[in-house]
Design a protein around this ligand. Structure first.
Ligand SMILES: [Zn+2]
Ligand SMILES: [Zn+2]
Ligand SMILES: [Zn+2]
Length: 461
């Protein structure tokens, strides 16, 4: 039930003489749950005449601010903006597979793989396995060993799909928590080394130097990181071969999907990264896990470009909170035992805080990224020539909206080249008061955040 405070706030807003203007601001943020508040102005100045063909200031806006979407990619923070991000990512990935957004359709004929790279094992965890529609026992071992902590390393349960135990170790005291968070920290570097090793391998198979290879082809990548339930990241990547000038040029005939597959297999097993030793922990070398999945993306086959684009876009909006950690930074002084999270996530976070305190490991910034279980990379990345960029997609949308505004008479039409744009903006807060949150949910048909029901709406007024 909304509090009387929230209802009072909502009634005040409804009676505000500027209510209509406020409501239109809210509708334009597309249901954003935590819009950014901006204060400032923009003046378009014609230097020839000294006239101002257009001026805008937030002084006359409700509360003296303009509300703009937060543009987060995280569905847990803002479902509306995350959906925009997901749709943009889908367009970006799809353009690299079938063309569009400046990429020619002939790219469809280029060899292209969908590759899943996993992390190695850090201990036995509860898993759900299915075979021909039947759920198999988790880890049934007839002569199961007993670990040094007295736990039998066997689990005969057939786990349900949503069981919270999934991904958690059979024995938390045996589990290699340090290995898990250090792998997450090193995974972006491991990926970078893989891309380098891949180029070297393709060159070697063709009897070329790297320089000669660049004159014949380019290899493009788009990837997303996904958290497995056990709390380690793995990557899904699209790897494509183009001609020397990128997607608009054909690759040489010898650069087949089979050759690329072979080179990915080789590169994935060859690369490693090392982490220096710290007191109580040996130096370690990390490699990709043995589970490597490589499939060719084709227009007609089992794995179509639509399926791949949808899959990648889906993961682009998820973060570590799917594992049961928090979606915000953790203060090293926080009482970890008080956090509303499961023990497995708590131990992963605690390990980040412990290891992050060693001088030898400061460069991995494990304390800052403890809530991400050590991973500090980007969730979705792509090489320069893969396709268009999210920035270009956003710019196209902004331009479209500006065009809309002009046709509906909100903005005067002017010539960009002859007009000087003077603007100044400052950040003036974020989020909603309890009353505004209630009203926004009603106006935009979006659900209220779960935290709102606990009475802590992130009102900053
Ligand atoms: Zn938002
Ligand atoms: Zn189990
Ligand atoms: Zn044990």
């Amino acid at each position: 039930m909304p509090s009387t405070h929230a209802v009072a706030g909502m009634i005040t807003r409804l009676h505000d003489p500027q209510y209509a203007r406020w409501a239109s601001q809210i509708r334009r943020t597309g249901g954003c749950r935590q819009p950014i508040h901006l204060r400032g102005h923009v003046h378009h100045l014609d230097p020839a005449t000294g006239q101002r063909p257009h001026s805008y200031t937030t002084v006359t806006e409700p509360d003296g601010i303009l509300r703009v979407p937060c543009k987060t990619r995280r569905a847990s923070r803002c479902p509306a903006c995350a959906e925009t991000y997901r749709a943009d990512t889908y367009q970006l990935i799809r353009a690299g597979l079938v063309g569009g957004k400046g990429v020619p359709a002939s790219v469809t004929a280029h060899p292209c793989l969908f590759v899943t790279l996993t992390a190695p094992s850090f201990g036995t965890v509860h898993t759900r396995r299915e075979k021909n529609g039947t759920v198999l026992p988790c880890h049934a071992r007839r002569d199961a060993a007993t670990c040094p902590h007295g736990r039998v390393m066997s689990c005969t349960a057939r786990h349900g799909a949503d069981e919270s135990r999934l991904g958690e170790p059979l024995c938390p005291d045996c589990y290699d928590y340090a290995g898990s968070v250090l792998f997450n920290a090193m995974s972006p570097e491991l990926w970078r080394r893989l891309t380098e090793a891949l180029r070297r391998r393709v060159a070697r198979n063709a009897g070329l130097t790297l320089r000669e290879l660049r004159e014949q082809l380019t290899i493009s990548f788009a990837k997303v990181a996904e958290y497995q339930r056990r709390g380690v990241v793995h990557f899904h990547a699209v790897i494509r071969v183009d001609g020397p000038e990128g997607p608009a040029t054909p690759p040489p005939a010898w650069a087949t999907a089979d050759l690329l597959t072979n080179a990915v297999q080789h590169a994935a097993s060859a690369v490693a990264v090392t982490v220096p030793a710290v007191p109580g922990e040996p130096a370690r070398a990390f490699q990709w896990g043995a589970q490597l999945d490589i499939r060719e993306i084709t227009v007609t086959g089992d794995l179509t470009e639509q399926a791949v684009a949808a899959y990648i876009a889906k993961y682009a909006t998820k973060a570590a909170e799917c594992v049961g950690t928090l979606d915000r930074r953790i203060n090293p002084l926080d009482d970890l035992t008080a956090l509303p999270i499961r023990d497995h996530a708590r131990r992963l976070i605690a390990e980040c805080l412990r290891l992050g305190a060693f001088d030898e490991l400061t460069e991995f910034r494990l304390i800052k990224w403890a809530h991400m279980l050590g991973f500090r990379g980007h969730f979705s990345t792509k090489s320069r020539r893969y396709s268009t960029t999210l920035g270009d997609i956003r710019a196209a949308r902004t331009e479209y909206m500006r065009g809309e505004a002009i046709t509906t008479g909100r903005l005067p039409l002017f010539d960009e080249d002859t007009v000087l744009v003077v603007s100044h903006w400052e950040y003036a807060g974020q989020g909603f008061s309890a009353g505004d949150a209630l009203l926004t949910a009603a106006l935009t048909g979006t659900p209220l955040p779960p935290s709102w029901h606990e009475g802590n709406a992130n009102g900053l007024h």
